[in-house]
Design a protein around this ligand. Structure first.
Ligand code: BTN
Length: 323
């Protein structure tokens, strides 16, 4: 988009629903009113819903649903998370691209794509990246031992849940890293790590959120247990604002992670959890445990009490609720 168009959008956004006259825009940009009108028509063709009244001026009613890295950067209130934003219109998987650049990229770099052709889920599953979603990966470089990486996933779950709750959406976390609304999945998190011996080199937090995803664009089996923000709110949300708020929450949680005791994070996670107190069946590569989920350990493992009151700590697995 050219600079004049960007500036017109910025002025109209800044007026918060009040009309801005063609004369005022023209004076600020040093162009004629006829030129302003030409740019407005161009913006309309790009999907901006701009009302015009000859007496009062222009009002921005709605923006097209696109992730715009320039706009996103302008909305950021973070210093580390999102310090670099690499935007792509199409990628195979943001986690793959993050992995390729992670070694050299500064901590806090975000890879975000409008589309993913080969989105990946946990445990080798495919992740359906329908249009309108938020598909992003965040590169972090915490100085932690490998065994504590699961903690970072819990931190991310808290951040996503907080960002959704900021919009009055009643989100909860399902262990280990799904975010649910009314029991339906809205977000999945894929944490991948590179480490040398026992020391973490970098962590890639892959976050997929069904923001403005139409449920009809998901396959039937996935749709049954999924929802999206637009489906819950009954309207298309501004993804740039939502991503900015999510990156803010991620930064806040990362600061807490680095400066406070992990038990504080565990307490917060349990507060937001949908899993604790439920009867669950957790499948791991070598066993299936059934019982009541009663807590989370310092390592991020789920604690299950089985029918014989035996205690199990599971660090990774597929969790289903039963009865
Ligand atoms: C899951 O619940 O199975 C985790 C899904 C993680 C999906 C996100 S979308 C952005 C990032 N890129 C990927 O390929 N996967 C993650």
């Amino acid at each position: 988009m050219n600079d004049n168009k960007k500036e017109i959008i910025r002025l109209l956004r800044g007026s918060e629903g009040n009309p801005v006259s063609g004369q005022e825009i023209g004076e600020k940009l040093g162009i004629t009113r006829a030129m302003v009108w030409k740019y407005i028509r161009g913006l309309r063709r790009e999907g901006y819903d701009i009302r015009s009244s000859p007496k009062t001026g222009y009002i921005l009613d709605a923006c097209p649903d696109i992730i715009d890295p320039v706009e996103l950067k302008g909305l950021l209130k973070t210093s580390l998370v999102g310090s670099e934003i690499n935007y792509y219109s199409v990628l195979e998987s943001t986690n793959n691209t993050a992995r390729e650049i992670a070694q050299k990229a500064p901590e806090g770099t975000v890879i975000i794509a409008e589309k993913q052709n080969k989105g990946r889920g946990r445990l080798g599953t495919e992740w359906q990246s329908a249009s309108g979603g938020i598909w992003m990966s965040l590169i972090l470089k915490p100085s932690i031992p490998l065994e504590n990486v699961s903690r970072v996933t819990l931190v991310a779950g808290i951040a996503v849940t907080n960002a959704l709750r900021n919009m009055d959406i009643d989100a909860h976390i399902k262990w280990p890293n799904d975010v649910l609304i009314r029991g339906k999945k809205i977000c999945g998190i894929l944490t991948e790590v590179s480490a040398e011996v026992q020391k973490v080199d970098h962590v890639i937090l892959g976050i997929g959120i069904n923001a403005n995803v139409k449920l009809s664009d998901l396959s039937e089996d996935i749709r049954r247990n999924s929802t999206s923000i637009s489906n819950e709110m009954g309207k298309v949300i501004d993804r740039n604002r939502f991503v900015a708020s999510l990156l803010y929450e991620l930064e806040q949680q990362y600061i807490i992670f680095k400066t406070k005791k992990f038990i504080d994070i565990v307490d917060e996670w349990i507060n937001l959890s949908d899993t604790i107190g439920r009867n669950v069946r957790v499948t791991t590569p070598n066993r299936i445990i059934e019982g009541k989920a009663v807590g989370i350990t310092e390592k991020g493992a789920l604690v299950i009490l089985d029918g014989n009151h035996e205690r199990h700590e599971i660090i990774a697995g597929n969790c289903r609720y039963i009865n």
